[in-house]
Design a protein around this ligand. Sequence first.
Ligand SMILES: NC(=O)c1ccc[n+]([C@@H]2O[C@H](COP(=O)([O-])OP(=O)(O)OC[C@H]3O[C@@H](n4cnc5c(N)ncnc54)[C@H](OP(=O)(O)O)[C@@H]3O)[C@@H](O)[C@H]2O)c1
Length: 288
Amino acid sequence: MNKIFLTGGTGMLGTYVTSTLNDYGYEAIVADRSRFDLANHKAIYDYVKEARPDVILHFAAETDVDLCEREPARAGICNHLATEQIAKAAQACGAWLLYISSSNVFGAEGKISYNELDIPQPTNYYGRSKLNGEDAVRANCPDNHLILRAGWMIGGGPGKDHKFVGKIIQQIKDGATELKAVSDRLGSLTSAGQLSDFIIKAMANRQTGTYHFASHGTISRFDIARAIGEILKFKGSIMPVESSRFPLSAPRPFSEGIQSIYLPSLSESCIPGYWKDDLARYVASFQG
Ligand SMILES: NC(=O)c1ccc[n+]([C@@H]2O[C@H](COP(=O)([O-])OP(=O)(O)OC[C@H]3O[C@@H](n4cnc5c(N)ncnc54)[C@H](OP(=O)(O)O)[C@@H]3O)[C@@H](O)[C@H]2O)c1
C-alpha cells in the first residue's frame, strides 16, 4: 500500500485531491500545519523523513502573486527553498514526488501560448520562485518526479470559490446588470477537479517528466465572463476593460497561455478538453 504525504491539503487543489484520494481508498498523511511551515526548512525535511512516504504530493505554496512581488524573500523561501527540502527528503526516502508549477513561469517572451519546448522566462517574483522550485525538484530528485504546470485554476464550487469565476457567477446570481472583465491579459484555464483526477492516475503509474496541464485555448477574463454569461443566460452587458484599470503589485504578462505537446502521449483519459466545455462543466456544478 502506498504511503502518501500531501502538503497544502487546505488549498483549492489539495481539497480536491484529498477527497479524490479518499474516493479511491488511498490513505494520505496530510501535512499538519502546526508542524509544517514552508519557512521552516529543517522541520520540513525531518517531518517528511519521519513519515517515510512512497509518494509526496507537494501543493503548498505562497500563491499570492502580488504578495510575492512585495516580499520576494518570502516567495523564494516558501516556493523555492521549501520545495528544495521536500525534493531532498523525497530522494532520501526513495519517494515519487509531484510538484505543481504554474503558467506564471512564462510570459517575458511575449508569445501568445507556451508549450513544454519553450524556455520559461517569468515576469514576476511568483513565477521566478515557482521556476526555481521546478529546478530544485529536477536537481534533487532527478529520476522520480512529475512536474505539472497549471494555468488559471478554477475550482471550489458554490460557497467556496471566491476567485474570478465564482465572483462572476455570484454577481449574475445577485442580479447585476453590467459586468466588467479584463480583456488585455491572456491565460489558460485548469480545472482543479480534472487535475486532481489526473494526479491520482499519474501517481498510480509513477509518471515522470514535465507537462503542461490546461484546457485548450488562450483566453482573457473577458472571454471567460462572456462564456459564463452565455451559460447562465445573462441578459445584462459584459464590458471589456484594460488591466491598467486594476493596478497590481506584480506585473502580469500579456499572455501566460499554455498548451501541451506531450500530455496526450502520456494519457488518453483525464486530460483537459476545450476551455469552454471544461468551464461549462464547472459552472454546472453551481446549479441545481
Ligand atoms: N490557483 C491557481 O490559479 C494556480 C495556478 C497554477 C499553479 N498553482 C499551484 O498549484 C498549487 C496549489 O495551489 P492552490 O490554488 O490549491 O493553493 P491555495 O488554495 O492558495 O492554497 C495554498 C496551500 O498552501 C498552504 N500554505 C501557504 N503558505 C504556507 C506556509 N507558509 N506553510 C505551510 N503551508 C502553507 C496553505 O495552507 P493554509 O491554508 O494553512 O495557509 C494551503 O493549503 C500551488 O503550488 C500553486 O503554486 C496554482
